[in-house]
Write a protein that binds this ligand. Structure first.
Ligand code: ADP
Ligand code: MG
Ligand code: MG
Length: 208
């Protein structure tokens, strides 16, 4: 992936968040405080407005700026979590002008590790981790098995979608939804849904 494709990915994700703002907020209304779409859209509109100023920056600096913007503009749990994801991704790709499938694996792993350390959620706690973690695992297996970036991302996105759907019957153990206890069961997690959209946007740019 080139730096230009990375910028396209960030723009596409910002657009998808805007399109799904109400949907993400409705999901959060069921088990949280009805602001996930609003939070994400606030942050990603800000990122989108900054993208023209990042046109000549390297990939690592672009991710760093995205991280700072998300942390400073998204109120709520998702700001620091996505901010940490992009901060770790920034470090993982330091000095690289283009990203191979192996580099993408490195950034996906680093981003997930950051979220796990920051949020302390485990698989099955009904969070964004339930979409991100199976996606990283599938991506790693596919790349290890010799698949190309597009094929590996297709498998990762399918795993993220399945992981997202599997949050519905889960009992929330982290974040606001955990305050609901048993009443959190039967609703899809908003953060797992936005995380799926993030990976889906990445695939769409690679497929284009
Ligand atoms: P808030 O809950 O502060 O209003 P958002 O609504 O923007 O923040 O984000 C909620 C999402 O954040 C949840 O759906 C969940 O996926 C994710 N989340 C919350 N806490 C954690 C955590 N500790 N680890 C990972 N993800 C989390
Ligand atoms: Mg919320
Ligand atoms: Mg909130």
């Amino acid at each position: 992936m080139t730096q230009a494709e990375i910028l396209q990915w960030l723009q596409l994700f910002a657009t998808k968040i805007a399109e799904n703002k109400d949907y993400l907020t409705e999901l959060d209304a069921a088990i949280g405080d009805a602001d996930h779409g609003i939070n994400m859209d606030r942050g990603w509109k800000k990122v989108s407005s900054q993208l023209p100023t990042l046109a000549d920056k390297d990939i690592s600096s672009i991710f760093k700026t995205v991280s700072m913007t998300l942390i400073s503009s998204i109120g709520g749990a998702s700001g620091p979590l996505y901010g940490t994801w992009f901060l770790r991704a920034s470090t993982a790709v330091a000095g690289k002008q283009e990203l191979t499938a192996q580099d993408i694996l490195g950034l996906l792993q680093a981003g997930l590790e950051g979220v796990l350390q920051r949020g302390k959620a485990q698989l099955g706690d009904k969070t964004m981790v339930d979409a991100l973690s199976p996606a990283v695992e599938k991506f790693g297996e596919a790349v290890g098995g010799g698949k190309n970036l597009q094929e590996a991302l297709q498998e990762a996105v399918a795993a993220a979608e399945q992981g997202m759907k599997e949050t519905t019957p889960m009992l929330a153990r982290k974040g606001r939804a955990s305050y609901l206890g048993e009443r959190s069961v039967g609703h899809q997690d908003p953060g797992a849904t936005s995380a799926y959209l993030m990976l889906q946007s990445l695939l769409a740019v690679v497929e284009a």
